[in-house]
Design a protein around this ligand. Structure first.
Ligand SMILES: *[C@@H]1O[C@H](CO)[C@@H](O)[C@H](O)[C@H]1NC(C)=O
Ligand SMILES: *[C@@H]1O[C@H](CO)[C@@H](O)[C@H](O)[C@H]1NC(C)=O
Ligand SMILES: *[C@@H]1O[C@H](CO)[C@@H](O)[C@H](O)[C@H]1NC(C)=O
Ligand SMILES: [Cu+2]
Length: 675
């Protein structure tokens, strides 16, 4: 009893000591050209645009305020110029809707000057602002036909919550900025998404901020609130399974340093940026080579360019649910604060960011990013039993990795986005999905009652979890030991022995092809084994191999919609799992710059039709990571993590194992602990 008391006290003390400082970039700190926009800079943008278009005379919404990418060659020069001797002007790229016209504005943040102001005339609309969606969801509460529909169903209007859904594009000639609304019943649960009010069609014109179409069709009952709540306070015993406590303690402090937004950890250095559309953006990742005594570039920039989520129910209520979460809703705008000790371990450090609101004001998002070291795995090991008279030869090294995490919650789904760095040189980006399924209400209470395709799984009485996909596309501007790289595919192929030279009848060997143009690098990963690598043909190891990094994909998913279906035209960047393009500063968004109601005219699939040369050039690797989601009952009412990811792994990049001489962390003595 006494010793367990002591242990508890110790845990308490440790949780106080454990480093949880929120790291904020103070104004005095040195500013990196890739740092996210500061509070002051967002205000500068707002002021500059409002000065040109006074809000008294104009309607003005800021749909995107971001850092205007510095020119890559200039930034690389800046990096080598001992920081500061070369000035990279801070500029902002802004998309604003001014009097119903979409403007693209570039602003010099130091001079507080509008450098250019163009009007976008093509198809597609900018990212929806949070505020206009918040306004739209309140419209039904004052709309008479809606109130009647609610009354007719015997529901309580005060318990209705609506949400916005992008409308997509289905071949029509004219588009206007609009969202559809789905409404849900709250009542005794906060799990609104599993309680939709069916067959209401509500279309909101965003420019008029008015319901412009409304239908009330057949009705299905709203699924019950029982057993749908996920708040701990609303759960009844029994609880379980039990989890035991863990205290983390780093007596030497964390193994990483955050200086502004630049991180150094173990042999890695990189920069963490943040964008209202992309969310976390990692840049300038380099690894220190102990043998060559220098830092070597691996990645110029990496981020998730788009997330395509097409639902697979073609009915009137569902066909349009084909979302592009980054371009339509903004990964950055949808990034949420994380909870210490739950979303990130107790020894994590957090970064705050500023996002912009629809009126152009800066808005603080606390704990948007966390950085922590992850323990518990083996880096490498060997037990040698084969040498006579040598007993107990066991060498084992602890793996300690660095994780950068953020959570993007777009309505019902939470995307946990990790970038994990290993001292061995690997970068492992991963995604874990959790949150709530989108539910279609049905009359059916048991599977035996199903007569036609329900386009989903009956996950609970009256509740179908509709089939859908999650396709993430990563923009990976790798610069392997220099800017000019090539893409190589190494196929593994079977060779049959026919000349009697071996007792074997077959073996496999490799055949490497270098991609000359974009067409050569469109890869649909399938059954045929192949190694995919970005190499630097200008740099070789001592034994003559080209230095490179391999892409080791996780489970891959291929789109199942036909290529000429409208959502697939818009999401054509999923047609292959791997694409390689020559670096182009304007080609950032795989689904296009204007994704809301886009027509597929500005996708990666269109850019690559030029079939540009990619051999020994500054190239960008695009990788699609997908999940086909056939919902299961365990995903209801709240889905446990479903993860996927991939690895970028050095391949002949180092002369030999770069962590052979890595020392494992010291064992920590817990003095107060009972033996
Ligand atoms: C409707 O909901 C409101 C707010 O939750 C509640 O105060 C009210 O009593 C409810 N009305 C009916 C008729 O149940
Ligand atoms: C192992 O050690 C024994 C005793 O020292 C010795 O006699 C023997 O020759 C050794 N065997 C080998 C293979 O070295
Ligand atoms: C760069 O990208 C833009 C947008 O896709 C395109 O218009 C331009 O032609 C591209 N430049 C090159 C050199 O491919
Ligand atoms: Cu899903």
């Amino acid at each position: 009893m006494a010793s367990s008391m002591k242990l508890m006290l110790l845990l308490l003390v440790l949780s106080f000591l454990s480093f949880q400082a929120v790291h904020s970039s103070s104004a005095l700190q040195f500013q990196h050209p890739l740092d996210p926009l500061t509070k002051q800079e967002i205000t500068t943008v707002q002021t500059a645009v409002q000065r040109k278009y006074p809000t008294k005379k104009n309607t003005l919404t800021f749909n995107y305020i971001g850092l205007h990418d510095p020119d890559k060659p200039s930034l690389l020069k800046w990096e080598h110029s001992k920081q500061g001797t070369l000035n990279i002007p801070r500029k902002s790229f802004v998309i604003a809707i001014i009097n119903k016209q979409t403007h693209e504005i570039v602003i010099d943040l130091n001079l507080k000057l509008i450098l250019s102001d163009k009007i976008h005339t093509g198809h597609g609309f900018p990212t929806l602002s949070v505020e206009e969606q918040n306004d739209a969801i309140l419209l039904p509460m004052r709309y008479k036909p809606f109130k009647e529909s609610i009354k007719k169903r015997g529901l309580n209007l005060s318990e209705v919550v609506c949400a916005t859904f992008s409308v997509g594009w289905y071949g029509q000639a004219n588009s206007k900025r609009a969202v559809k609304l789905d409404c849900f019943m709250k009542e005794t649960t906060v799990n609104i998404y599993v309680r939709p009010i069916s067959e209401l069609y509500i279309l909101v014109d965003l420019d008029l901020m008015k319901i412009v179409e409304y239908h009330d069709r057949e009705t299905h009952p709203v699924p019950t609130a029982d057993n749908t709540d996920y708040r701990l306070s609303n759960q009844k015993p029994p609880f379980g399974p039990k989890q035991h406590s863990l205290a983390t303690h780093q007596p030497q402090g964390p193994g990483f340093q955050i200086n502004g937004h630049s991180i150094s950890w173990a042999n890695w250095k990189f920069h963490i940026g943040f964008d209202s559309r992309a969310g976390v953006v990692l840049s300038l990742a380099s690894i220190y080579d102990l043998e060559k005594h220098k830092s070597r570039r691996v990645m110029y920039r990496g981020y998730i360019s788009e997330l395509f989520v097409p639902y697979q129910d073609p009915s009137e209520d569902w066909y349009f649910k084909t979302f592009f979460d980054a371009g339509e809703f903004g990964f950055g705008l949808s990034t949420v604060s994380m909870k210490p000790n739950r979303d990130c371990p107790s020894h994590a450090q957090f970064l705050d960011v500023y996002v912009h609101t629809g009126d152009g004001s800066p808005s603080l998002l606390e704990k948007a990013i966390c950085v922590f070291e992850k323990y518990g795995d083996i880096m490498w090991r060997h037990t040698e039993t084969g040498i006579p008279n040598v007993t107990e030869l066991l060498e084992s090294r602890t793996e300690v990795n660095l994780v950068v995490r953020s959570v993007v919650t777009v309505g019902n789904y939470d995307n946990i986005i990790d970038w994990e760095f290993k001292a061995s040189g690997s970068i492992k980006p991963s995604i874990a999905l959790t949150g709530i399924l989108e539910i279609k209400p049905v009359d059916i209470k048991h599977k035996s009652e199903i007569k036609k395709d329900q386009h989903g799984t009956l996950v609970s009485a009256n509740s179908v979890g509709v089939y859908h996909d999650h396709f993430y596309i990563y923009h990976l501007d790798l610069d392997i030991d220099g800017v000019d790289n090539s893409f190589e595919q190494t196929n593994l192929k079977t060779v049959r022995v026919t000349d009697g030279s071996s007792k074997r009848k077959s073996y496999w060997t490799v055949e490497t092809k270098t991609a000359n143009t974009e067409s050569d690098a469109k890869i649909s990963i399938g059954m045929a084994p192949a190694e995919l690598a970005i190499v630097n043909p200008n740099k070789k190891t001592a034994v003559g191999n080209q230095v490179g990094y391999r892409l080791i994909p996780g489970a891959t998913a291929h789109p199942l919609l036909v290529e000429d279906d409208y959502p697939q035209i818009r999401g054509a960047f999923t047609n292959h799992n791997v694409w390689v393009t020559p670096y182009n500063r304007s080609e950032k968004w795989a689904g296009g710059l204007y994704v809301d109601q886009s027509r597929g005219e500005d996708t990666l699939a269109v850019w690559t039709q030029k079939n540009r040369n990619i051999k020994n050039k500054d190239i960008v690797l695009w990788h699609v990571v997908g999940i086909h989601h056939v919902p299961a009952q365990e995903d209801f009412p709240m889905m446990p993590l479903l993860s996927t990811g991939f690895e970028l792994r050095p391949t002949n990049f180092f002369e030999r194992n770069p962590v052979l001489k890595t020392l494992s962390p010291n064992d920590v003595a817990w003095r107060e602990c009972p033996k």
